[in-house]
Design a protein around this ligand. Structure first.
Ligand code: HEM
Length: 381
């Protein structure tokens, strides 16, 4: 059910999984008072324990008794309603494994997406941002949320991974397919992702996909390698796309033009986290969290949005924390910072074509974050 975000969110505790729409200053439905552990009705049925306290959340994110494998989910849950990935046994991945197997995959990814590598990619990322903004600037007024914010991170990811750039439109369609929420569309999208991964791994191609093939643990199947490449494309696109929209909206807001690009990026990610709730975790045994007893097999989430709304010292959890901390954090922040710099250097007179207060955000049902409904911009007045 769609709900309009109330200004006074305190009046009612909204369902954290409901679709919503509202203005940019409206509070995210998860950022409601309460806790440190709030019990909500899970989309798949039964209780979901949402951790709203910063210190407790950091403890949960490193707690070995709280695992990621969807095989731990309540047996009554439907995969599609709950937004669960395949289990670790069906499809090992960064997001479903824990412990040594997860650590081995993290080591394989570490050299690809380090801060040093992200810095080395910056000049190419800058060229991509310049080219795409120049295309957008051909229109007198362009809705940057309609295509640009999707195309920019996807082009960066495809370029870095080694996916041919004439595949961008198919990649964008596959991203939408995974989110369609029905098995047939997801199946088609995953087949497309498999083809994109295979194209990046074709003989003679270079890029992060080929590097990953050389760093994954011995015995990793081709299907798993494809899934890891899918994870990078999907996780990188799904998050950086809406973040770019909120960031551009702020960068074009008169009052924020002097804010250093890095500060603006951190602040926008804190206030509009692309992942407002963590991914699902499940207790592997009975666990007590701040006086609340969670039986074994209980679903646990971290209220990233709510915690971001209460911290101002850079201690937000926009990229998570602990062993599952976002592998793409350096790349994402580089992409977003470069975007602000290219906008300010190339289009110093760019303006929003509507008042900032008229911009709207919408959020789909489930765990996903909000995005702007539109971002009309006059790049060249
Ligand atoms: C602004 C952009 C981004 C945000 C806000 C973001 C946020 C997050 C968060 C919160 C997590 C942890 C989820 C949890 O522990 O439950 C995560 C994990 C992850 N992210 Fe990102 N992300 C972003 C961009 C990217 C990019 C660009 C990539 C890849 C190129 C990426 C790849 C991943 C992967 C693979 C994981 C899983 C790591 C693991 O489980 O070990 N993300 N991200």
């Amino acid at each position: 059910m769609t709900q309009i975000l109330p200004d006074a969110a305190e009046s009612l505790r909204p369902d954290p999984f409901a679709a919503s729409e509202g203005g940019l200053s409206d509070r995210c439905p998860m950022s409601v008072p309460g806790g440190p552990v709030v019990v909500a009705e899970a989309p798949g049925g039964g209780p979901a324990y949402v951790v709203t306290d910063h210190d407790l959340a950091r403890a949960v994110l490193v707690d070995p008794r709280i695992g990621k494998d969807p095989a731990l989910a309540p047996p009554s849950w439907d995969r599609w309603t709950s937004g669960l990935e395949p289990t670790a046994a069906e499809q090992p991945s960064l997001t479903t494994l824990d412990g040594p197997a997860h650590a081995a995959l993290r080591r394989a990814h570490a050299p690809l997406l380090s801060a040093r590598r992200a810095a080395a990619f910056a000049p190419r990322i800058r060229e991509i941002a310049r080219g795409l903004l120049a295309d957008a600037a051909r229109e007198p007024v362009v809705d940057l949320a309609a295509d640009f914010t999707t195309r920019y991170p996807l082009t960066v990811l495809c370029e870095l991974l080694g996916v041919p750039l004439d595949e961008i439109d198919r990649a964008a369609e596959a991203c939408r397919g995974v989110l369609a929420g029905d098995p047939a569309a997801t199946g088609r999208a995953m087949a497309t992702y498999g083809e994109l991964a295979a194209s990046a791994l074709a003989p003679g191609r270079t890029g992060l996909a080929a590097e990953l093939r050389d760093t994954v643990p011995d015995g990793t199947s081709t299907g798993t390698l494809h899934y890891l490449i899918f994870t990078l494309l999907f996780a990188g696109q799904l998050t950086t796309d809406p973040a770019a929209g909120f960031l551009l909206a702020d960068a074009l807001d008169g009052g924020r033009r002097e804010v250093p690009a890095d500060d603006l990026v951190r602040d926008v990610l804190r206030r509009h986290p692309p992942a407002p709730l963590s991914l699902w975790r499940f207790t592997t045994e009975e666990v007590e969290l701040a006086g609340t007893t969670l039986p074994a097999g209980s679903p646990v989430l971290v209220d990233i949005a709510g915690i971001g709304a209460t911290v101002t010292d850079g201690a937000d959890l926009s990229f998570g924390a602990g062993p599952h901390f976002c592998t793409g954090a350096h790349l994402a922040q580089t992409e977003l910072r470069v975007l602000v710099e290219v906008l300010r250097e190339g289009y110093p007179d760019a303006r929003l074509a509507v008042p900032h207060s008229a911009l709207r955000q919408e959020r789909p049902a489930g765990l996903g974050g909000a995005r702007l409904t539109a971002l009309p911009v006059r790049l060249v007045p």
